[in-house]
Design a protein around this ligand. Structure first.
Ligand code: GDP
Length: 304
């Protein structure tokens, strides 16, 4: 009950209502139900799945089922054991035993690549940052690394359509991908984005997760929903990072939390377990430390 209250306080009531009865199999054509959602797609069998083994022994309680459906429960955490304190504020993310050192001490630009096969080949884990043009991608990267020149690099003419790798703490990468949905882009340019970026997603073994940025100050956009569904269908782990959550309700239109709820509802039917999501603002710093902590647990799990 406490858990539920906590999530309800985010005003995501409709998204977070208790799970409906099991859907017919037909509606799960896209069963994006990865083993412990965000873990690596490379070696799941080599990792002990604590929650799965317990679940096999005894039926899951309603509380645990609820937690599993709406929360991102990371490796090493049993849904039965989740408490309020383990949920990162402004998110559905549970912090587990893999969370660790998360602050960024240094960051360096490594290279821009035109194709997935030209990207760095050193096996360090990476997170790709993706979103519609103007979603706030550069601002978020600046806020995460606390350096202006990083995101400026990828805004330089000639770099915006490339895969830009930034090495963090000499141990993992932030990857800035081209923004999609330029209002004025020609059809040819849009197709280009698709084939080139899709190639990266499908062939990059060191990709731990995609951070899909969604502008919470506007209603859900078809192109974002399509992108989320494409990633899900292709079993690419993702975290929804809602941007601009500081923006208060415009004269007309909805609040960020209402837009977030609407977006979640649109994609909800495609997921048995909802992907991780978090509210951020590059203006106020909302969600910054929490997002970094989340990345640390995904990374540490992937790394071991
Ligand atoms: P990009 O094209 O995705 O890299 O987007 P930018 O980072 O350049 O941001 C686009 C616009 O949104 C700029 O005017 C930013 O100042 C604004 N913006 C970005 N993030 C935020 C945010 O968290 N809150 C608010 N209020 N505005 C933001």
């Amino acid at each position: 009950m406490l858990l539920r209250n906590r999530l309800l306080s985010l005003n995501l009531t409709s998204f977070l209502s208790p799970p409906s009865p099991p859907p017919k199999s037909a509606s799960f054509l896209f069963s994006f139900n990865k083993t412990i959602a965000h873990s690596t797609h490379k070696r799941p069998e080599s990792k002990p799945d604590v929650s799965a083994s317990r679940a096999a022994k005894q039926p899951m309680s309603e509380r645990a089922r609820f937690a599993k459906t709406v929360l991102f429960v990371p490796p090493g955490v049993d849904p039965e054991d989740v408490t309020d304190e383990m949920i990162l504020p402004g998110s559905n993310i549970v912090v587990g035993p893999y969370a660790g050192h998360s602050q960024i001490k240094e960051v360096e630009f490594v290279k821009s690549s035109g194709r997935a096969k030209d990207c760095p080949k050193d096996d360090r884990p990476e997170f790709a940052i993706l979103g519609r043009s103007n979603v706030g991608k550069s601002s978020l990267i600046n806020a995460l690394v606390r350096k202006k020149e990083v995101a400026l690099t990828s805004k330089k003419p000639g770099k915006t359509q490339l895969i830009n790798h930034f090495l963090v703490n000499k141990s993992w990468y932030i990857v800035d991908l081209p923004g999609y949905g330029f209002a004025r882009a020609s059809d040819a340019a849009r197709t280009d984005w698709s084939s080139f970026t899709k190639g990266y997603f499908l062939n990059r073994d060191t990709l731990v997760a995609v951070l899909l940025l969604i502008d919470a100050s506007v209603p859900p956009q078809r192109i974002d929903v399509d992108c989320a569904n494409w990633l899900g269908r292709n079993n690419i782990p993702m975290t929804f990072v809602f941007t601009k959550c500081d923006k208060l309700k415009a004269s007309k239109g909805k609040r960020p939390d209402e837009n977030i709820r609407d977006f979640q509802e649109l994609i909800r039917e495609n997921y048995k377990q909802h992907p991780a999501w978090i509210m951020t603002s590059s203006v106020t710093g909302l969600g910054r430390d929490e997002l970094l902590l989340h990345l640390s647990q995904l990374r540490n799990y992937w790394d071991q």
